[in-house]
Design a protein around this ligand. Structure first.
Ligand code: ADP
Length: 476
């Protein structure tokens, strides 16, 4: 494909050249010749008319001698590079500029017919065979007393007209050749602006098709081709990024599945081969159970994320009371809170606050945030859930006084499978998927979630939800 486009363009260019040459060499000579004949005929005709009205008329009226007229016509003929004759209606050549004056031996033109030119005022021929070669001939009558006394004829050699036509055709050809060569600039432009960038783009697409998504190329132009190249580059980098993410994701999933499975396998084998005595079974079976719980949690989280991805923004939005959802979620953690002696303080703006969102998913958000807050809180501490209202939005904050998040980790906590090193030790059951689920859900609602955290002091997660206008107005 690469070569043929260029070849096609070259072919079109040369076809244009050849056709142009053929057209000029075929039509230009005849057109130029016709034009020159017409132009010269006009010139000769007006000269002949002048002669007929002046010298010739005077000659026939005997006002001027034949010798004087002959002298005048001779010099005119030299000036016009032609021969001039005065002919009687009978065909007798009274005067011929190309011959000396000879009254004894006058020329007779046989079958002289002044209407030979027909409708036109000129004719191209040998003028009643009085010339060896073709001439351009004009005939103008000489009238006196309303009678035709004779004719003035002027004869111009066609070889002169043919020479002029040929040299003019030569000039046309040369001009065309120069234009043709100049139009090579278009070819250079095409090569620089279309062909070379297109070659780069084609090569890049071949690279991408063969799987080399990291291939980068540059097309320095601001036009459509430059834009196409930039889009292609961007597309490839996005595919490469998502491929990398995919690889990282699979690696993380495998790793997170393998470690609990390895420990389950290890403990069960040790029980079977007697390394762990039966009296210790309870302790190790509890560990095994914990690991299976972790695997279940991991599987569920992966399924949730997958659903969020495939369903995109398909949310089952309803108007519901967020305060109730907060209270219920907090209540579901009562058992864990009691064991760690953690108090959950709930501060709500109103008794009832309707929001427009997908209730089940928001429940999941609150659950994940609260789960983390409790996991990373110290014993005997307080977790505060607070709502505030601003510009038709409700802001929900979940704040703890736990271990906090290191500054460098703040951006990473939203990534799938991300767990800070410290929390890995503290939270063995964590999957690193909780916060990515939270972010996907909130973003799907067109809202935002932020975190403020100080290492060692605690963390606060705040997200917004749109207030349900209708419901809140109705109730208040
Ligand atoms: P996990 O299920 O492992 O908790 P998350 O995606 O919910 O995964 O959290 C990712 C990481 O963010 C955690 O491993 C932890 O390091 C950090 N993190 C999340 N919430 C808190 C919190 N309230 N306090 C301190 N660290 C937190």
């Amino acid at each position: 494909m690469k070569k043929t486009l260029y070849l096609k363009f070259l072919l079109a260019y040369f076809i244009f050249g050849v056709f142009g040459f053929i057209v000029i060499s075929t039509f230009a000579p005849s057109m130029t010749r016709d034009h020159l004949i017409r132009e010269n005929a006009e010139r000769l005709y007006s000269e002949a008319t002048l002669i007929s009205n002046s010298y010739a008329s005077e000659l026939y009226n005997n006002e001027i001698s034949l010798e004087t007229v002959k002298d005048q016509l001779d010099s005119l003929a030299v000036y016009m590079n032609s021969s001039i004759r005065i002919i009687n209606p009978s065909g007798r050549v009274v005067l011929d500029s190309s011959k000396p004056l000879n009254l004894e031996d006058v020329d007779m033109i046989e079958n002289f017919d002044p209407t030979i030119t027909g409708n036109s005022y000129y004719i191209v021929d040998r003028f009643f065979d009085t010339f060896e070669k073709q001439n351009l001939n004009v005939i103008v009558p000489i009238t006196a007393d309303y009678k035709v006394k004779g004719y003035v004829t002027i004869h111009y050699a066609m070889s002169s007209i043919d020479d002029s036509a040929n040299s003019l055709t030569g000039i046309f050809m040369m001009t065309f050749l120069i234009l043709f060569l100049l139009s090579m600039i278009i070819l250079i432009f095409f090569t620089e602006m279309v062909y070379i960038p297109l070659k780069k783009i084609t090569y890049a697409t071949e690279q991408y098709a063969s799987g080399n998504m990291h291939y980068e190329f540059q097309v320095e132009s601001d036009d459509e081709i430059g834009y196409l190249a930039a889009c292609l580059n961007y597309m490839a980098s996005e595919i490469a990024r998502s491929e990398d993410d995919q690889k990282k994701f699979v690696a993380n999933v495998s790793h997170d599945f393998r470690s609990p499975l390895t420990s389950i396998q290890g403990y069960l084998k040790a029980m079977l081969d007697g390394t762990i005595p039966p009296e210790m079974y309870e302790k190790y079976l509890t560990i095994v159970l914990n690991e299976t719980e972790r695997l279940t949690k991991l599987t569920n989280s992966l399924l949730t994320l997958n659903n969020l991805n495939t369903k995109g923004i398909l949310l089952d939005k309803t108007d519901f009371d967020i305060n109730q959802v907060i209270r219920n979620t907090a209540a579901s953690f009562e058992g864990v809170c009691r064991s760690k002696n953690i108090a959950i303080e709930v501060v709500l703006t109103e008794e009832v606050m309707y929001v427009n969102a997908d209730m089940e998913k928001i429940q999941q958000v609150l659950y994940n945030l609260l789960d983390n807050a409790i996991k990373f809180s110290h014993h005997n501490s307080v977790i505060k859930i607070e709502t505030s209202e601003k510009k038709n939005k409700i802001f929900i904050s979940v704040a703890d006084h736990g271990i906090g998040i290191p500054k460098d980790d703040l951006k990473l906590i939203w990534d799938r499978f991300y767990k800070s090193d410290y929390s890995r030790g503290k939270d063995k059951k964590g999957t690193g998927l909780g916060l990515s689920i939270v972010k996907e859900i909130i973003n799907a609602h067109g809202e935002n979630i932020n975190v403020i955290s100080t290492e060692g002091a605690g963390s606060e997660f705040v997200f917004s939800l749109p207030m349900s206008k209708k419901k809140n107005e109705k109730d208040y």
